[in-house]
Structure formats: structure tokens, C-alpha cells
Design a protein around this ligand. Structure first.
Ligand code: SF4
Length: 151
């Protein structure tokens, strides 16, 4: 399971396959990481710095985070894509096609002026999360998205 949690400052990625349940996150920031709650991660419950510190202590790499750089990511169901915006300007997108029970990501692109900020990863994670929430399998012919899926 892949999940993307965002606040105004940061994006937190969680990959359940890597989680060793060491609970460093829970001990470091129980307000944001609470296994008795659903969803168990809610980064709005704690200051960004505290969440960041807890994520950085995850020993397995299941949790990672990046700064948002004022870029927001939206899921666009109608057009089968996730989209990145800086202010109201579209600066990237990740596209998929839908075949019965599987979504295939075939294209990920970020404006070259905004590369190196983790935007492509956020775009891909957004689609993985939406697919999982819709009970769809997900795969990729896009090499970047395939790399994220295979990590
Ligand atoms: S610190 Fe990392 S490995 Fe440990 S429970 Fe949290 S996410 Fe899982």
C-alpha cells in the first residue's frame, strides 16, 4: 500500500511493504502517527518540524518526506491523470489509461524549471493511492513511474 499525506509545507510518502513496524514514527510524533486511528497517519495533527523529524527516524525507508515548494498536486479523475500546479499554473502531470481492473501509467512529465523537487514522485504516488482506494491494480509503462512502483 502506498499513501501520500500532504500539508501546506511537506508531502509524506508511506510504503507499507517497507514498514517494519519499529514504531520510531509513533514514538517520535504520536500526534501524527497513531496506529489506533484510521487513517493512522494524519500530518495535520502536529507541527511540520516534528513530523519531519519523526519521518527522518524511520529505519526502513517506509516513510519519506519532501518539501512541497508551494506546488500542489490534484487528482483529475475525468482526464485520468494527476496534475501539479504552482499557483494556478500547470507545471506537470502523470497520465494513465484504465483497463478493467488495472491502471497503466504511461506518461509522467514535469516542467524542466521545476525538476529536482520531488514533484514527479508526488504525481505518481497520487495515482497509486487513488488506484488502491478504487481497488484497482496499477502498473506502468512509463519508466519513471515503474521505478517508483518497484522501489
Ligand atoms: S518508523 Fe518506519 S518502519 Fe517504523 S513503524 Fe513507522 S513507518 Fe514503519
Amino acid at each position: 500500500m502506498h499513501r501520500l499525506y500532504e500539508n501546506g509545507d511537506i508531502s509524506v510518502f508511506w510504503d507499507s511493504d517497507k514498514c517494519r513496524h519499529a514504531k520510531e514514527c509513533v514514538n517520535g510524533c504520536p500526534e501524527a502517527f497513531n496506529i489506533m486511528r484510521k487513517p493512522w497517519i494524519d500530518i495535520s495533527k502536529a507541527p511540520t518540524a516534528k513530523v519531519w523529524q519523526a519521518v527522518s527516524r524511520c529505519p526502513s525507508g517506509a516513510l519519506t518526506c519532501i518539501y512541497n515548494h508551494e506546488v500542489r498536486i490534484e487528482y483529475d479523475r475525468e482526464n485520468l491523470r494527476s496534475v501539479a500546479f504552482y499557483a494556478d499554473k500547470k507545471i506537470g502531470e502523470c497520465d494513465y489509461e484504465e483497463n478493467e481492473n488495472i491502471w497503466i501509467i504511461y506518461h509522467t512529465e514535469v516542467d524542466e524549471r521545476y525538476t529536482g523537487k520531488g514533484i514527479a514522485k508526488r504525481l505518481v504516488y497520487k495515482l497509486i493511492q487513488e488506484a488502491e482506494r478504487s481497488n484497482k491494480a496499477i502498473d506502468a509503462t512509463c519508466s519513471y513511474a515503474a521505478k517508483i512502483l518497484g522501489e
